[in-house]
Write a protein that binds this ligand. Structure first.
Ligand SMILES: [Ca+2]
Ligand SMILES: [Ca+2]
Ligand SMILES: [Ca+2]
Length: 468
């Protein structure tokens, strides 16, 4: 299908803005701490299933949790039917992030961002197939209720393009999408498949493309059907190794990184136009944009670009990695706290996407508390105060809290939970709400509402508490 001219014009505008760099969202491969310390709250601890926001300003760059795993748990409900909302390993590690809002200048939020998990979500609430490691999707509310899944692309469509049996389990490890460029992917495991050009051992470091000529967009502008055997390998692992070696970047120990091993995140680098054109399988050439990427070897959290044969990506506040001979890549360049002044963070960047970042988060300090004790909820509020609301959630196996649209907000979480009970006011910035002792067994959703510095009413991400 063709996009209307107005859409294409706004796409061009979005790209022009991105040439100066923008906010990013990302995930880490293991548990990390924010450089700011996040006011001493639990929001300082970054898990591999939390999404982190990295605003383009100020310098040095400061990261905060943007979409906590507790919000995923609230949205997903009891997806595995074990009668508990609390699932600290829900989605495993978020292996890929994909945003499409960037291109229309629209705000992004926890219902708009697309992701791929390393552990498939249970099917109790969503129904089959749920969100699998081979899908890129998101947890949404539909007419059938909360905890459902919407797909940007399904495993079957990727497998079809790769010439794999549709039922073969795959694990998407990196994703980037541009409406004019197509979908760029990397998988987490080596696999023999049959893409454009014939059978190949597709390596976990390889980057392949589903070009726009190889798929049909749905009415939602997601990818529906794909052409069989249409995926094009755009960079082999050996070429990714060369990009990494050419970048002359260090890992967390200060060693110069010689190879990629496994490509772990992808995004389009709009700062430099690319000239690589490959033959496609559908009679249309494949235009490969400059790509931002990360790899498993890049502990310390460096972000590289394919520009110039492989370089450290330079963003608004400086290079996103340390040059060989200049010490370790610490993690400060992505707003995380290194364990020592001479040792970088253990994580590599596991998923990466452009996104306008508006951060308003809530996270319970302890998600399961005994009856007769208070709930403690940490907030990061982008306004003068947070009004704290509590909602009683349904209980029992397969339960999910019903949400409804929070129509007053523009940038915050787009939903709230019925029926909200006003509990009190806490200050803006990092602050903790402490409830009265909760006198009975129940499941609760807490959420905040604020008036932002722009004068808008915004809702925080939701968080669960189970009282036993
Ligand atoms: Ca559960
Ligand atoms: Ca990844
Ligand atoms: Ca490899």
């Amino acid at each position: 299908m063709r996009l209307p001219l107005s859409t294409l014009l706004s796409l061009a505008t979005g790209s022009a803005l991105l040439a100066q760099g923008g906010d990013l969202i990302y995930t880490t491969s293991t548990v990390e701490q924010t450089l700011t310390g996040s006011g001493g709250t639990v929001l300082q601890t970054i898990h591999p299933n939390d999404i982190v926001g990295l605003p383009v300003f100020p310098c040095p760059r400061l990261a905060e949790k943007w979409l906590p795993r507790n919000a995923f748990m609230t949205m997903a409900g009891d997806e595995d039917g074990d009668n508990a909302y609390w699932e600290p390993s829900l989605l495993g590690r978020i292996n890929a992030l994909l945003t499409t809002q960037t291109f229309t200048g629209m705000p992004n939020n926890g219902r708009k961002v697309w992701y791929s998990p390393s552990i498939s979500m249970g099917t109790t609430v969503s129904g089959a197939p749920s969100l699998r490691t081979g899908d890129i999707g998101r947890i949404v509310r539909t007419g059938a209720g909360d905890g459902k899944v919407e797909y940007f692309i399904r495993q079957e469509a990727i497998n079809n393009a790769l010439g794999l049996p549709l039922t073969t389990t795959i694990n998407v490890d990196a994703a980037a999408f541009g409406p004019n460029q197509g979908l760029f992917l990397s998988l987490a495991d080596d696999i023999v498949c049959n893409p454009c050009g014939g059978p190949v051992l597709l390596r976990d470091g390889d980057v392949f493309c589903l070009p726009p000529s190889a798929y049909a967009l749905t009415a939602m502008l997601t990818i529906g059907a794909t052409a069989a055997n249409s995926a094009v390998v755009v960079y082999t692992e050996a070429q990714m190794d060369a990009f990494v070696a050419n970048a002359q970047v260090t890992n967390r120990f200060g060693a110069c990184v010689p190879a990629a091993i496994d490509t772990t995140a992808l995004e389009i680098d709009f700062s430099i136009a690319a000239s690589l054109v490959l033959p496609g399988c559908t009679g249309t050439p494949v235009f490969v944009p400059t790509l931002l990427f990360t790899t498993e070897s890049l502990t310390g959290g460096a972000i590289l670009t394919t520009a110039g044969g492989g370089q450290i990506y330079t963003a608004s506040c400086g290079p996103m990695g340390t040059n060989c001979g200049s010490g370790p890549t610490l993690g400060q360049q992505i707003g995380l706290r290194p364990p020592m002044a001479t040792l970088g963070i253990p994580s590599f960047v596991n998923a990466l996407a452009w996104s306008r970042v508006f951060t308003y988060t809530a996270e319970s300090q302890v998600a399961q508390i005994p009856m007769g004790t208070p709930a403690r909820i940490d907030f990061n509020t982008p306004g003068l105060n947070t009004w704290v609301f509590l909602t009683f959630a349904p209980t029992g196996p397969g339960a999910v809290a019903p949400s409804t649209a929070f129509t007053w907000g523009m940038l915050g979480h787009p939903d709230y939970y019925l029926t909200p009970n006003f509990m009190g006011v806490i200050p803006g910035g990092f602050a903790t709400y402490v409830s009265p002792p909760i006198p009975f067994v129940c499941d609760l959703v807490f959420q905040g509402v604020t008036i932002s510095s722009a004068g808008l009413i915004e809702a925080s991400t939701p968080t669960m508490i189970e009282v036993f």
